[in-house]
Design a protein around this ligand. Structure first.
Ligand code: ZN
Length: 75
């Protein structure tokens, strides 16, 4: 599964605050993700998170802005 920093993950199991979407802050052996409902940051093993992903919802607005900047700058 190709998870990148900035992606919004839709999980099978919701956070205790009932939100199911998390923003990816860091990837590696462990993932660091941020709940979009309450803003809490969670760290967990990659395998554990990947198993719980229902859908990857592309990138956050922040990342899209960064990509736009790169496009403009590379010309
Ligand atoms: Zn939450």
């Amino acid at each position: 599964m190709n998870v990148q920093v900035g992606d919004i993950l839709e999980m099978k199991k919701p956070h205790p605050c009932s939100s199911k979407t998390f923003e990816v802050l860091r990837v590696g052996m462990d993932f660091k993700i941020k709940c979009q409902g309450c803003g809490r940051e969670v760290m967990a093993a990659r395998s554990k998170i990947e198993k719980n992903i229902k859908k990857i919802n592309g990138v956050s607005p922040y990342k899209m802005q960064a990509q736009e900047k790169q496009k403009l700058g590379s010309d």
